[in-house]
Ligand binder design. Sequence first.
Ligand SMILES: [Cu+2]
Length: 173
Amino acid sequence: MERENHRLVRQVLLVVLMWALFMPVVFAHGEIAQMAGIRMRTVHWFDTKIEPTQVKVNDIVTVRGKFMVSGHWPDYVAKPEEWVFLNIGVPGPVFVRMDATVNGMPQYQSTAFKRGEFYEYEVKMKARVPGEWHVHPLINVWEAGPISGPARFVQITGSKDDFVNTATSPRLE
Ligand SMILES: [Cu+2]
């Protein structure tokens, strides 16, 4: 029990330290609100690049980076080999998702990520609604919820009325 307490104190100190170190990057919400076990033992995000951070309506913002799926995934969290979906965490439909790849393969649908493996991803989005939005890569895990990565604020200027979506989808007949 006492050992567990020490572990908890250490984890809390680590979180406080990380908070202080990454303050300018993750100054917001979401990632910090997650349980320590989810944040530290599920998906390890790195080399995250969200750019450009100043765009106009209709410009493309690319979110790319790498993640490792932890080999120490907690038993109480649904497994990433079931149903997962690489997504982008933004406050509402302020972007339109144009393209997404994982390890160079198209990723439009749910997939499976294996524990202990590294993945490289890229998501392209078209700016839709003016404002300053906190943009995270995230992975939705079926029955576990979203696991978010580091974020950047992206500022979209211009008018929402100028937004055009030229994407078409095949008709299902
Ligand atoms: Cu955020």
